[in-house]
Write a protein that binds this ligand. Structure first.
Ligand code: ADP
Ligand code: MG
Length: 409
């Protein structure tokens, strides 16, 4: 079993610029989470939001300014990294260039010790004067190292390359060796910090599924850092979305997609990005947005939103995902008319960038009335033509404009 628990964890870098240190923002603030055994957790967020810092604190490579980190039932705040039973893989996996793949993987085991009991030359335990076995730490034997290296190589399908040097390997194979170095140690928890960022798009997709399979095979707990929301959505059993050192939301991929807690999560998860419009909603379900568009939400949809928050009317940010808008032939309930600015025909779907302000100057710049729609179409509309969009009212997200927090109950 290997759980990781973070309780109100903070990190303030001591060496951050002295002039701003007095009011410097913590790199990580009040991080609370229980990572369950065998979970695949992804930390995602823009660059600088504190993902690596959190991972490094779990690994013990960075001191914790405040709070507690537990691995299983052990408080590890003051436990040395090498005693935490954790393995970390970085974006820049430095393999030793002069060593073979085999030696790169065997190297960390040669430096490590394993618990055993004192034995005589026949391998039989030696007993102390009370007749008890004597616990010791000893080096791994050659045979033990060999078994672990070959086992890891097999799991990663690099057993053919054990005698090669890293320079004779592709990027993906090298990344596998870097993973292999951690697998041989059989750690409780794997920490991976953007391990695929240096690979090209195709290889990244392959390695993504390799790592998912690896997680299944090893049955260990994984914590994976990425700035790429697609990676997060496809790999994580749960995702932690971070911004400026604060956890925004923790949940399963679909949960974050369907019920984002605020505009940041809503905009970060999902591609193309959710459309946002400033608007106003009244208790009878009239939603005005994007200057003078109006749709009326049904009672059943209104029941999903917090009536108390809406009060006698509330300034809101309305959100709708590009895939929740259809191109329709005629005006109908909850349809809006727009003018097409740009079409991206991707084959299986078409992305339409349009403007709800029919009199606006032509252009593709994003403004208060621009809207993105992704739809499967038999025939793509012409540029500058008028199109009618039907909005799926069930899929509308509403955020309080003042707090940017969802008013969904
Ligand atoms: P991420 O991995 O999400 O891109 P980091 O955890 O690396 O973000 O960084 C979080 C914040 O802490 C950033 O503002 C970064 O500049 C700052 N930071 C990271 N490492 C150090 C350090 N060693 N000293 C001072 N500030 C740091
Ligand atoms: Mg980082």
């Amino acid at each position: 079993m290997s759980t990781v628990t973070l309780k109100h964890v903070y990190k303030i870098y001591e060496n951050s610029d002295k002039k701003v240190a007095a009011n410097a923002m913590p790199a990580v603030s009040d991080f609370c989470m229980e990572i369950q055994d065998k979970e695949f957790i992804v930390f995602v967020g823009p660059s600088g939001c504190g993902k690596s810092t959190t991972l490094r604190m779990i690994a013990g490579l960075e001191d914790i300014t405040d709070g507690e980190i537990w691995i299983d039932d052990k408080l590890v705040n003051d436990i040395h990294p090498k005693d935490r039973d954790i393995a970390m893989v970085f974006q820049n996996y430095a393999l030793y260039p002069h060593m073979t793949v085999y030696d790169n993987m065997a190297f960390s085991l040669k430096l490590r010790k394993t618990p055993d009991v004192k034995r005589d030359k026949n391998g039989e335990p030696v007993l102390d004067k009370d007749g008890k076995q004597i616990p010791i730490m000893r080096k791994y034997t050659k045979a033990e190292i060999d078994e672990k290296v070959r086992h890891a190589a097999k799991i990663l399908a690099i057993d053919e390359y054990l005698e090669r040097k890293p320079k004779a390997l592709s990027g993906g194979q090298r990344q596998r060796v870097a993973l292999g170095r951690t697998i041989v140690r059989n750690p409780k928890v794997f920490l991976l910090d953007e391990p695929l960022s240096n690979l090209d798009a195709k290889l990244r997709a392959t390695m993504r599924s390799e790592i998912i399979k690896l997680h299944e095979k090893l049955g260990a707990t994984f914590v994976y850092v990425t700035h790429d929301q697609v990676e997060a959505m496809t790999m994580g059993t749960r995702i932690v979305v971070m911004k400026s050192g604060f956890v925004q939301q923790i949940g399963a991929p679909q949960e974050l997609y369907d019920h984002p807690i605020n505009t940041f999560v809503a905009g970060f998860i999902g591609t193309p990005q959710m459309n946002f419009f400033e608007g106003h909603i009244t208790p009878d379900g009239k939603l005005r947005f994007a200057n003078n568009q109006l749709i009326t939400l049904s009672e059943s949809v209104m029941a999903e939103f917090d009536k108390e928050k809406i009060g006698s009317g509330l300034d809101v940010i309305m959100g709708i995902r590009p895939g929740d808008i259809k191109v329709v032939d005629e005006e109908c309930d909850n349809s809006i008319t727009a003018r097409v600015e740009v079409i991206e025909a991707l084959g299986n779907e078409t992305i339409i960038y349009a403007n709800l302000d029919l009199d606006a100057e032509a252009g593709i710049e994003k403004n208060a009335t621009s809207i993105t729609v992704s739809a499967k179409l038999k025939k793509n509309p012409e540029r500058r033509s008028k199109v009618i969009f039907g909005i799926d009212e069930e899929a509308i997200h509403i955020f309080d404009k003042a707090t940017e927090i969802s008013i969904r109950k």
